[in-house]
Design a protein around this ligand. Structure first.
Ligand SMILES: [Fe+2]
Ligand SMILES: [Fe+2]
Length: 257
């Protein structure tokens, strides 16, 4: 019997195999079954990953000339992509009563994130590291599941964190370039480009769920302790945000936040 998309998503979240997280079998043709929400689902963690609280600080272009620091940063980005892929699958399971087109969209985004993981993982290997070479932490997993409605989820995940990544990603692409790693810069730019539709997906569905996608509506859908403060770079990537469907008033309000 063909498994449902929900089974596929659950297996992906719960798997403890790194190989499976990196390259799961293709999802089954669109088919949903379970109507019970699984808000409490949490991810399986491969033995290769070690966990430690750490922060990305002082990773200037000069510091990023060091292969090890660049490797660490790319490894952190890889882990962000893993959590994004898992959280899209989590949302498929957490919100079973949303339109199928919403959940199919989440599935497509999860597949993009898995592809992004491979792009970073391959670059790590070219720097003589691999997945598991550096510690990670489940920052997004400790925060996103506080979003218990679909509008809160797209507000935090798609518009919030993926939106913030449009700003951060561009800045890091520039730093990788300055640090002399043209491949990392190219990967970073490609991923920023591919994140634009993920943010746009959030904007569209916030509007569908709430009637509009203004800054005020977005903000009122962000559950504490999350805040727009965590969801932007110092400088905003205005052109990418505009292409993601954020109106000028939205971007201006975010800038002034
Ligand atoms: Fe991604
Ligand atoms: Fe994304």
């Amino acid at each position: 019997m063909i498994p449902s998309i929900q089974e596929w998503a659950r297996t992906y979240v719960e798997s403890t195999s790194l190989a499976y997280k990196m390259a799961p079998p293709p999802p089954p043709p669109a088919q949903f079954d379970n109507q019970v929400d699984e808000l409490r689902l949490r991810p399986g963690r491969p033995a290769e990953l070690s966990f430690e609280e750490h922060r990305l600080r002082n990773l200037t272009a000069a510091a990023l000339r060091d292969d090890r620091k660049r490797g660490f940063l790319i490894h952190t980005f890889w882990h962000h992509e893993l959590q994004a892929a898992e959280l899209m699958c989590w949302a498929i399971l957490a919100f079973p009563n949303t339109p199928e087109s919403f959940r199919r969209g989440l599935l497509r985004i999860a597949q993009d994130e898995i592809r992004h993981m491979s792009m970073y993982a391959e670059h790590l290997v070219s720097l003589s590291f691999r997945v598991g070479s550096f510690p990670v932490n489940d920052w997004f997993w400790t925060r996103i599941p506080t979003a218990t409605t679909p509008s809160a989820f797209v507000s935090a995940m798609n518009i919030g964190f993926e939106g913030g990544n449009l700003d951060h990603g561009l800045r890091f692409a520039e730093r990788f370039e300055q640090a002399g790693d043209a491949d990392a810069a190219r990967i970073q730019r490609t991923i920023v480009e591919e994140e634009i539709p993920h943010v746009a997906f959030g904007m569209r569905w916030l509007e569908r769920f709430m009637g509009d996608a203004t800054f005020a509506t977005w903000q009122s859908n962000i559950a504490s302790p999350l805040s727009p403060m965590l969801m932007r770079g110092k400088a905003l990537n205005r052109s990418a945000r505009q292409r993601a469907g954020q109106a000028e008033e939205f971007v201006n309000a975010l800038e002034q936040w």
